[in-house]
Design a protein around this ligand. Structure first.
Ligand SMILES: Cc1ncc(COP(=O)(O)O)c(C=O)c1O
Length: 303
């Protein structure tokens, strides 16, 4: 396995790393996480991911035992070990930082819950985790369904908190995959679109870009924020608005954003083609501009 693991500061091979069976992440999904991607020797927008981790910790009443500077140092230490493995010096990497509330006793007493947090970092090859692309050919669009399963309500478990409990997304994905779709979108209990299982959602109509607002109960995507910023810089009109599923079928273009998938077209929803079924011009423009921004910020040429 092409991976390096860091457990509370100790850098290990994937088979040496161990976490207790009493870890609360394992027992209760009582953990937080972040995923970022490296381009060359640099993770893109890592500070924004670490800021989100802090906000997740507040939402989850978890007192982190390390600060962002420590996480950042350890993440780069792990990346360095990964890049030192044979054949990895030019390889981009996937990084997952997981912070669990630690291990104590089973149960909900305060003494069981208030334990030191445990962090683990996985840096591994991106192989098979990102859409296929070549320098000349951007990745092809995906086909999704609108899940019959609703997104968790903010009052139950706020999707703005990136917790280790991802069953809502995972089950929506499984339902979709079993029915032949690439992935799924989820609505809130009122029928408004929120986001995808592991990505944020956008549509384009009459050259205006729209995306569900944060109040709808979504993850505050790091890529979402960057793409909104880029669109504004390009002079494209953007709106954060609530919208029902029907709106997507009237859209000229639909696309998704995430740290791993970047900007990726959605070309079919519930078996219905979006636009002419190909990547639309505004999606293409944003795909290109996002890659241009990464190239500028990481000095890794992607274009
Ligand atoms: C539910 C959900 N929404 C959106 C995103 C995209 O977030 P980001 O752009 O920060 O990767 C993710 C990423 O994992 C996610 O899990």
């Amino acid at each position: 396995m092409n991976a390096i693991i860091n457990v509370n500061g100790q850098v290990l091979g994937p088979h040496e790393a161990k976490v207790s069976i009493f870890d609360r992440g394992y027992l209760y999904g009582d953990s937080l996480y972040e995923v970022a991607r490296s381009y060359g020797a640099q993770f893109y927008l890592l500070d924004q991911h670490l800021d989100r981790l802090k906000r997740s910790a507040e939402l989850c009443k978890m007192k982190l035992d390390q600060d962002s500077a420590t996480y950042k140092r350890e993440i780069y230490k792990t990346l360095e070990a990964f890049r030192a493995l044979p054949g990895n010096s030019e390889r981009d990497a996937y990084m997952r930082l997981i912070v669990s509330r630690g291990s104590g006793k089973i149960g909900f007493s305060l003494s069981a819950i208030q334990t030191p947090t445990l962090y683990t970092i996985i840096v591994q090859s991106l192989d098979g985790m990102i859409p296929q692309r070549s320098a000349q050919r951007p990745p092809e669009g995906i086909k999704v369904r609108i899940s019959p399963r609703i997104r968790m309500d903010r009052r139950a478990l706020d999707p703005a908190m990136k917790s280790g409990n991802y069953l809502n997304s995972l089950l929506a994905y499984l339902d979709a995959a079993e029915n032949g779709f690439d992935d799924a979108l989820l609505c809130d209990y009122e029928g408004n679109l929120t986001e995808g299982t592991t990505f944020n959602l956008f549509y384009v109509r009459r050259e205006i870009v729209a995306t569900p607002p944060l109040e709808n109960g979504i993850l505050v995507g790091v890529t979402r924020s960057k793409v909104l910023e880029i669109a504004k810089d390009l002079g494209i009109q953007v709106r954060e608005v609530r919208f029902p599923r029907e709106r997507l079928f009237e859209a000229d273009e639909v696309f998704l954003t995430s740290s791993l998938k970047e900007v990726l077209p959605i070309v079919q929803i519930d078996g219905r083609k979006i636009g002419d079924g190909n990547t639309g011009p505004i999606t293409q423009k944003l795909q290109y501009a996002y890659r241009q921004k990464i190239t500028q910020d990481t000095q890794r040429s992607l274009l």
